[in-house]
Design a protein around this ligand. Structure first.
Ligand code: VAH
Length: 309
């Protein structure tokens, strides 16, 4: 059986629905820090769990006979800058709890999300390689880089089957923006439909790697379904689908909402965005376990506007 920790978050929400469709609702236990009135909570088994409470997680694993854990709970980049100590605590110690359950053979497989935030200002910006300089300058990025090192260590020393993806910015319609720097690309759709205008907190030419949530969910499920021998990287795989600037996504939205207007007022998140790559080389994921994206800027924009209208 599958346990998702952080099932009410941006990725967790769609991941829970998709896993329930594939493996059966009763086989996918959703959990989060609080019981919200959402489809995820109301459509199948749900448990309130604090990702920092080892005993709570261990108890859920025993009671529900969990084999696979997807640990999706974390503070994202912008929020983490406002709460560095808590962000480090939540992002790191929740991972140790799950890794130690696998080390003790109480669970068999782990998915843990990393991010392009592991790269920093000294990383090559275009077509960022799988292996390169990584000096993350955000609390979130530091926690993801450290987490990758621990995942690889637990795999190499204790044989833990942990799999990870460095997600780019993710865009989805099912949950509102959740404190990420790339979340301007989510907020812009909500504001374009509601107000026909959007004040962007990044500058117009800030190019970042992005991906539609449908592709991110498929990649997550596919890396977990892949035979163990196909997973050659146990830190985390680079993954990408597209890169665009606020100018480019605004122009694409204008094709559907001609009167849409964007203005720019960069804030503290500009420095975070400037520390990240503009585009990513994800050839290792494509070669090792057959990753391939489906959505580009045009098809994503069309799908987002259809769902949000
Ligand atoms: C964030 N959406 O902005 C997340 C992600 C690469 C970006 O880590 O913090």
């Amino acid at each position: 059986k599958i346990l998702i920790i952080g099932a009410c978050g941006q990725i967790g929400t769609e991941l829970t629905q998709k896993l329930r469709k594939i493996y059966g609702t009763e086989n996918v236990i959703a959990s989060d820090i609080r019981k919200l009135n959402t489809d995820v909570v109301n459509s199948g088994p749900f448990e309130v769990v604090n990702a920092l409470d080892f005993n709570q997680i261990e108890h859920l694993v025993e009671v529900h006979k969990i084999t696979d854990v997807y640990l999706m709970a974390a503070l994202l980049s912008a929020t983490a800058e406002k709460n560095p100590a808590f962000a480090w605590d939540l992002n790191m110690n929740s991972l140790f709890h799950v890794l130690n359950l696998a080390k003790a053979k109480k669970i068999q497989k782990i998915f843990w999300p990393s991010s392009i935030a592991v790269f920093g200002p000294t990383t090559p910006k275009e077509n960022t390689p799988q292996y390169t300089v990584m000096e993350p300058s955000t609390v979130y990025g530091i926690s993801k880089q450290a987490g990758e090192r621990w995942c690889e260590y637990y795999h190499n020393i204790y044989g833990v089957d942990v799999r990870s993806i460095r997600y780019p910015g993710l865009i989805s319609w099912s949950t509102p923006p959740g404190g990420g720097t790339t979340d301007y690309a989510v907020d812009i759709f909500y504001k374009a439909i509601a107000d026909k205008k959007y004040e962007c907190f990044l500058s117009s030419e800030t190019k970042m790697p992005m991906m539609y949530m449908d592709d991110a969910i498929d990649a997550t499920i596919n890396i977990m379904k892949a035979p163990a021998e196909e997973i050659k990287i146990h830190s985390s795989y680079n993954l990408a689908a597209m890169s665009f600037t606020p100018t480019e996504i605004a122009a694409e939205i204008k094709k559907h909402i001609p009167e849409f207007e964007i203005t720019y007022n960069p804030d503290f998140r500009q420095k975070i965005a400037d520390s990240w790559p503009a585009s990513i080389d994800d050839s290792s994921a494509r070669e090792d376990w057959g990753w391939n994206h489906k959505f580009d800027l045009e098809t994503m924009t069309k799908d987002m506007i259809e769902h949000l209208s």
